[in-house]
Design a protein around this ligand. Structure first.
Ligand code: IPD
Ligand code: CA
Ligand code: CA
Ligand code: CA
Length: 281
């Protein structure tokens, strides 16, 4: 009895196949996309490559699993309310695929080589498969619930950095500049003086995968969506790390403000974010 194989088809194999095919196609379009549109704000971009990648993944999943539900960024109306509503509507599906067809669109548009495809499968609200694929470095991060997480077929393990002082921590600048950005800038100001260094590389899903791989000690961001995080969260959980919201509550698909770490410095990270939050009130 294998929870990851139904009707002879492996969820994980399909997820990997989708990520690889989409990634390969995205690379043919790097520096070469045709249309650039602004979505919710001028910091929120979409190209025909984002849409094409999502179409490709959605089609491939539907041919293998026609009865599964699908939640993809480019199939949703822009903005936080619409994405929360779409997740809510999808939340009673038994099997739900949660897909970010390009995480790091701004990087893709500028040719900054740090973006990925993120594909997760949730069963009754619990993430059971997570795949993040970086087509630039041809790095495939794969996790199955209860079975560990792997990169290049090698088991991943979070870093052993014990304190923020020894930590390399990443964050992101939220597209919503009026409320989320000021909150996060206070977090950055607070953390900057406590950590070894900070990184803001522009792909939440890859940042999470890097925490799982032990390349980053932690990550936080305000105002994310389910598709930015779902796959990366499982990667971290299966690599011995911890994911909560920024207040320390248990992660669920509806979480928007995320704190992830190797576990050792989680409380310190939360305390710094709490201090930053209090500084704004
Ligand atoms: C964005 C990236 C970015 C993060 C934003 C996300 P997108 O996703 O993950 O790093 O700071 O909050 O929206 O739009 O490139 O898929
Ligand atoms: Ca986007
Ligand atoms: Ca994203
Ligand atoms: Ca995206």
């Amino acid at each position: 009895n294998n929870a990851f194989v139904v009707g002879g088809k492996s969820f994980t194999a399909v997820a990997i196949n989708c990520a690889a095919k989409a990634g390969e196609w995205i690379m043919t379009k790097l520096g070469n996309y045709a249309s650039l549109e602004i979505k919710y704000s001028e910091h929120d971009l979409v190209t025909e490559v984002d849409k094409g990648s999502e179409r490709l993944i959605r089609k491939l999943i539907a041919t293998h699993f026609p009865h599964h539900s699908f939640l993809g960024e480019e199939g949703c109306e822009p903005g936080p309310e619409a994405s929360a509503k779409a997740l809510e509507e999808a939340s009673d599906s038994e099997y739900l695929w949660i897909v970010d067809p390009i995480d790091g669109t701004t990087n893709f548009v500028h040719g900054f080589p740090f973006f990925c495809v993120s594909i997760a499968l949730a069963y009754r609200g619990e993430i059971i498969v997570g795949v993040v694929y970086d087509p630039v470095r041809d790095e495939l991060f794969v996790a199955e619930k209860g079975k560990g997480a792997y990169v290049h077929g090698r088991r991943m393990q979070v870093s052993e950095d014990r304190t923020l002082k020894e930590g390399l921590i990443a964050t992101g600048l939220p597209a919503e500049r009026e409320h989320a950005l000021p909150v996060n800038l206070r977090g950055i100001a607070e953390l900057a003086s406590q950590v070894r260094n900070l990184r803001v590389a522009g792909s939440a899903a890859l940042h999470l995968a890097y925490v799982a791989a032990g390349r980053l000690s932690g990550f936080w961001e305000i105002g994310l969506n389910s598709w930015d995080m779902a796959a990366g969260v499982l990667l971290i959980q299966e690599s011995g790390g911890i994911v909560t919201d920024t207040k320390g509550d248990t992660y669920s698909l509806g979480v928007r403000n995320v704190a992830a770490s190797n576990g050792y410095l989680h409380d310190e990270l939360l305390a710094a974010l709490k201090k930053a939050e209090a500084a704004g009130s």
